[in-house]
Design a protein around this ligand. Structure first.
Ligand SMILES: *Cc1c(COP(=O)(O)O)cnc(C)c1O
Length: 396
């Protein structure tokens, strides 16, 4: 038996007919940029997450960068975040010229520990960027309370948590601005790269729309006026907001990006969004199966915080004998992945920040012990049983 960590082919087969038809419709329709699928997907995404604005972009990293820029964060500013995440979280902060300030995580949720945030706040701190790692929601009430007290923005990096809930509310709807990734292996993945920014704030939405498209056009003009406190009339042209024919396209108001979700990706994502809750429920059922099957071993199974719905982007185990166990499973045809082997404060790219081993002990502890086993909705009972039995055979 061979079982991959995530089997994208099997997922594709369940939606092939619809996805193929929609993708081919885009091809034959020849409206490849900012067409009807992008507009409809943004609307459907707003409904799904429960937010006012969704701004699609080229990938999840751009989403973070544009969100930070829209908040005016840059040179000389500090943003508090977690060291136990994918590199893009901190990279985006550095990319806009600000400094990531790492706060240790909790050993149970793997998420930023709100009780350690306040001691890291300085007069340069502008925002807190929590990451709902592996699909487990952060303690947003605690984070928002600290942010409010110190007048900081909160940016949720929700790349791994589409469909996760915190106290009955969707992840992504609990902060000033939040970002998602549609990288193929994410819970809602496209057939390439894609990302989304969401917010309930009209002004931030306008600035993000301007920044993603060279700061040009109507959104560029509106964003320029907002940023410069100009109350001026806007030469509205609602006849068509198709980029190709927009008369304001060659008038640029801000230095922006070229970061768009492709029409063909939006068409595929619309098909997949309809299946997402079912897939996430499948993941939760698989997690329950694993938890039950592994409860008598020495492995630490994932904790699900109270008042949350965890969507198990990855199912993470902890073992003292990670290297041996991972290699044993590999021999038996079971794929595994190590997330994350190097916490960000110890990455070479951040030596200039001066962190050393021992500074953030929980993140470091986890980085030596955590690994992922196969997790996707289409896993069969036979496969899950084989995985559990093989792990037990190893005798941890
Ligand atoms: C995947 C991911 C990103 C980046 O998304 P891309 O679409 O790959 O650019 C950012 N943050 C986290 C936590 C991620 O998992």
């Amino acid at each position: 038996m061979h079982i991959s960590l995530i089997d994208l082919k099997r997922q594709y087969e369940t939606i092939a007919e619809d996805a193929n038809r929609e993708a081919l419709d885009v091809l034959s329709g020849a409206q490849y940029i900012m067409g009807k699928n992008v507009k409809e997907f943004e609307k459907e995404f707003c409904e799904y997450v429960g937010v006012k604005h969704s701004i699609s972009v080229g990938n999840g990293t751009d989403a973070l960068i544009i969100a930070l820029k829209a908040l005016g964060i840059g040179e000389g500013d500090e943003v508090i975040t977690t060291p136990y995440t994918f590199f893009a979280t901190a990279e985006s902060i550095s990319f806009v010229g600000a400094t990531p300030v790492f706060v240790d995580v909790k050993l149970d949720t793997f998420n930023i520990d709100p009780s350690k945030v306040e001691e890291k706040i300085t007069d340069k701190t502008k925002a807190i960027m929590p990451v709902h790692i592996f699909g487990q929601p952060c303690d947003m009430d605690a984070i928002n309370e600290i942010a409010k007290k110190h007048n900081l923005y909160v940016i949720e990096d929700a790349a791994q948590a589409i469909g996760s809930e915190y106290k009955g509310k969707m992840i992504g709807s609990l902060s000033d601005i939040a970002t998602f990734s549609f990288f193929p292996t994410k819970n809602l993945g496209c057939a390439g790269d894609g990302g989304m920014i969401v917010t309930n704030n009209d002004e931030l939405a306008t600035i993000c729309k301007a920044l993603k498209a060279h700061g040009s056009g109507e959104n560029g003009q509106k964003a320029f006026n907002l940023l410069n406190d100009i109350d001026g009339e806007i030469a509205a042209d609602d006849s068509s907001d198709n980029t190709v024919y927009n008369p304001l396209k060659y008038y640029n108001y801000l230095i922006g990006h070229n970061s768009r979700l492709d029409e063909i990706q939006a068409a595929i994502l619309r098909v997949k969004l309809r299946e997402l809750n079912k897939w996430n429920d499948g993941r939760r059922a698989n997690a329950e199966f694993y938890n039950e099957g592994l409860k008598d071993t020495n492995l630490v199974t994932p904790y699900e915080d109270k008042d949350v719905k965890h969507i198990y982007h990855l199912y993470i185990l902890q073992s003292e004998k990670r290297a041996e166990l991972v290699s044993y499973l590999g021999e038996k045809g079971i794929a595994t992945g190590v997330y994350y082997p190097v916490p960000l404060h110890l990455q070479k790219a951040y030596v200039n920040l001066g962190y050393k081993e021992g500074d953030l002990p929980n993140a470091e502890h986890l980085s030596h012990r955590t690994f992922a086993i196969p997790m996707f909705a289409e896993l069969t009972d036979e496969e899950k049983t084989y995985i559990v039995e093989t792990i037990k055979e190893f005798g941890e």
